[in-house]
Design a protein around this ligand. Structure first.
Ligand code: BT5
Length: 325
């Protein structure tokens, strides 16, 4: 964590009270001039900080920033979050993670940004990423599993996001194949996994996770492929983003450990339990129709056709068919 983030974290841990320059300089082991410089930089980032000669500094207001120290407080992971990097802004957390992975970053490294200027969806689509309201996060995994099993990891993060929304805010979050989490039929989270592998070996997988937390209706773009929502819109009040991130990482860590030990079966069962299109008649894009009967081991959707045969769907948009169909 940078000195600036440490100062911010100290301010936030004692709201409304002054922290003396001397205390900051001793705690951070930097000079008082360096403290002053970091405070100036925080002001440039939009933080309103009062300074009084005899008392020190006091945080009055500022953007809601996610800080590693606050997320790590009480977090106890076995595989993930070995290193947690929180940035005010980045083009895309997945793009940054790819650089880190190519520079040999360790499994479990997490990159979080408060804003993305070029957040990515699938197939070159854009992920709307306004500042200080949501979670934009990438997690680096280096699992020793066959390459064809890598898509299974998407379902791990889908289940962890849906269950965290459910547990913390009692939202009826459901998973939608292949990479969405929905509440009341509206998209609240999107997942984008990227892999670097040779024929036989996975070098790394990046789990990209975007969750709409405190996003307001005005912050959604007008043109969306699918109706969208956020926790704020669902429950009418903003939430503490650090609490969400911590719970989510903890849950994902538990499931990843379970996955490494027992494979895909437990997570597949959970995903199927959270999918409200199970045993429902659906159509894939404008084409094949059938009944959803589950997930295959490589993450394909299993669809039972009229003639009883089961077709494996590798890609496409799944829409439920109305009863008259
Ligand atoms: C996804 O793509 O759902 C994957 C989104 C992954 C975003 C995360 S954020 C952290 C990490 N770093 C990145 O750069 N990306 C990942 P897809 O299924 O293609 O959905 C994209 C479509 O969803 C867009 O074309 C819009 O119609 C819609 N959309 C865009 N922003 C949205 C938002 N914030 N909430 C809901 N829908 C959105």
């Amino acid at each position: 964590m940078t000195s600036r983030d440490k100062i911010l974290s100290l301010f936030r841990s004692s709201p409304d009270t002054f922290v003396s320059g001397q205390e900051l300089s001793q705690t951070l082991n930097i000079s008082r001039a360096a403290v002053w410089k970091q405070v100036e930089l925080l002001r440039e980032q939009g933080f309103e900080i009062e300074a009084q000669r005899s008392k020190g500094y006091r945080l009055l207001d500022g953007p809601d920033r996610l800080l590693a120290a606050e997320i790590e407080n009480g977090l106890c992971c076995k595989q993930l979050a070995s290193r947690l990097i929180c940035l005010p802004e980045i083009d895309s957390t997945n793009a940054r993670m790819r650089h880190l992975a190519e520079e040999d970053a360790a499994e479990g490294t997490v990159v979080i940004a408060d804003r993305q200027s070029a957040g990515r969806g699938r197939l070159g689509r854009r992920w709307e990423s306004p500042s200080a309201v949501n979670l934009y996060c990438s997690i680096l995994l280096r699992p020793k599993i066959p390459v064809q099993q890598a898509p299974q990891l998407t379902f791990l993060s889908a289940v962890a996001v849906a269950e965290t929304l459910n547990q913390l805010y009692q939202l009826p979050a459901k998973v939608k194949w292949p990479n969405d989490v929905l509440v009341g039929g509206k998209k609240i989270a999107g997942l984008l996994n990227e892999m670097n592998a040779e024929t036989e070996q996975i070098h790394f997988v990046i789990l990209g996770i975007g969750v709409n937390l405190n996003m307001t209706a005005e912050q959604f773009p007008e043109e969306l492929n699918y109706p969208a929502t956020s926790v704020l819109l669902e429950q009418g009040q903003p939430i503490d983003r650090s609490v969400f991130v911590r719970e989510f990482l903890q849950r994902l860590d538990d499931y990843y450990v379970e996955f490494l030990e027992y494979g895909f079966v437990p997570i597949r069962r959970r995903w199927e339990g959270l999918c409200d299109m199970m045993n429902t008649r659906v159509q894939i894009d404008q084409g094949v129709q059938g009944t959803v009967v589950g997930l295959d081991t490589d993450g394909a959707l299993r669809l039972q056709l009229e003639n009883g045969s089961v077709e494996r769907i590798m890609a496409g948009d799944v829409r439920p068919l109305s009863l008259k169909n």
